[in-house]
Design a protein around this ligand. Structure first.
Ligand code: MG
Length: 268
């Protein structure tokens, strides 16, 4: 049976603190040898995804900006489907535009005086410092199209007010490893996973989907796959969710990721 792996990047395939992935390289090779698609499903931008795909030699579709859009390489599937052509990709967009999202954050800031700082308010140097990225990495991280990441510098109890304001404006919010993300209501990792799974099923018949993540913004993805898995987060524990047949890896970040790949793909 065709297996398809959906994976978060930050804190899952990539180490949360230094974005390293060396420990995962042999498992990545094993997946490629078995022709298991490795689908990035991440808050990262198109430009960041392209960078990691190139670096890791992955040619499969990917989900950017927390489910904002699905990029499918041209001719990846043997059939036609509805999408927008963009260079060598076929794009299915689910999210609101960056301009709309920035405007909503600006309005909330004016209404509430909350300390909200988006990537769009920061220079590449500031993003680099805050996210522990190089300036080149920060420039890629700032190229958002369907999502805006922001720092919410307020006491925890104000989070509910923030979430309410975002919903009132017709958008959605998620909280990832480091940042909050505002995005379109229809942009969610789960919807994107379901659309892509449908395309894989059309191509291969029955497929088995495995999803691996570490934090709250992964919940829709974990709900949309047959075999959900969590790696340990920065606190050395797992995201507190109850999901049927959820696998909890003993390792954090890429170490846990390798464990998941071995358990459900390489050793099966
Ligand atoms: Mg993550």
């Amino acid at each position: 049976m065709k297996k398809v792996l959906f994976t978060d990047l930050d804190g899952t395939l990539l180490d949360l603190f230094d974005y390293s992935y060396d420990v995962a390289l042999p498992a990545l090779d094993a997946l490629k040898k078995r022709n298991v698609p490795i689908i990035f499903c991440t808050a990262k931008t198109f430009t960041e995804n392209e960078y990691y795909r190139k670096t890791l030699g992955i040619d499969d579709p990917f989900i950017v900006d927390n489910g904002g859009a699905i990029f499918i390489p041209k001719n990846y599937f043997s059939f036609r489907f509805d999408c927008k052509k963009r260079n060598n990709y076929c794009v299915i967009a689910l999210g609101a535009s960056y301009g709309e999202l920035r405007a909503a954050l600006q309005a909330i800031r004016e209404e509430t005086a909350f300390k909200i700082t988006g990537f769009g308010d920061m220079t590449a140097e500031e993003v680099a410092k805050d996210a522990n990225l190089t300036v080149a990495e920060a420039k890629r991280a700032k190229k958002k199209e369907y999502n805006e990441s922001f720092i919410f510098d307020e006491p925890g109890e104000k989070e509910a007010v923030l979430f309410e304001r975002i919903r009132e404006k017709g958008f959605a919010v998620t909280h990832g490893g480091r940042y909050y993300n505002i995005h379109g209501e229809d942009a969610d990792k789960g919807k994107a996973v379901k659309i892509l799974t449908g395309l894989f099923e059309k191509e291969y018949g029955v497929v088995k989907t495995i999803g691996v993540g570490d934090s709250r913004n992964d919940i829709p993805m974990l709900n949309a796959v047959e075999q959900p898995a969590l790696v340990k987060n920065k606190k050395g524990t797992w995201l507190d969710i109850s999901l049927q047949n959820l696998y909890k890896a003993k390792g954090g970040g890429p170490e846990g990721w390798v464990e998941v790949v071995e358990k459900f793909i390489s050793n099966e």
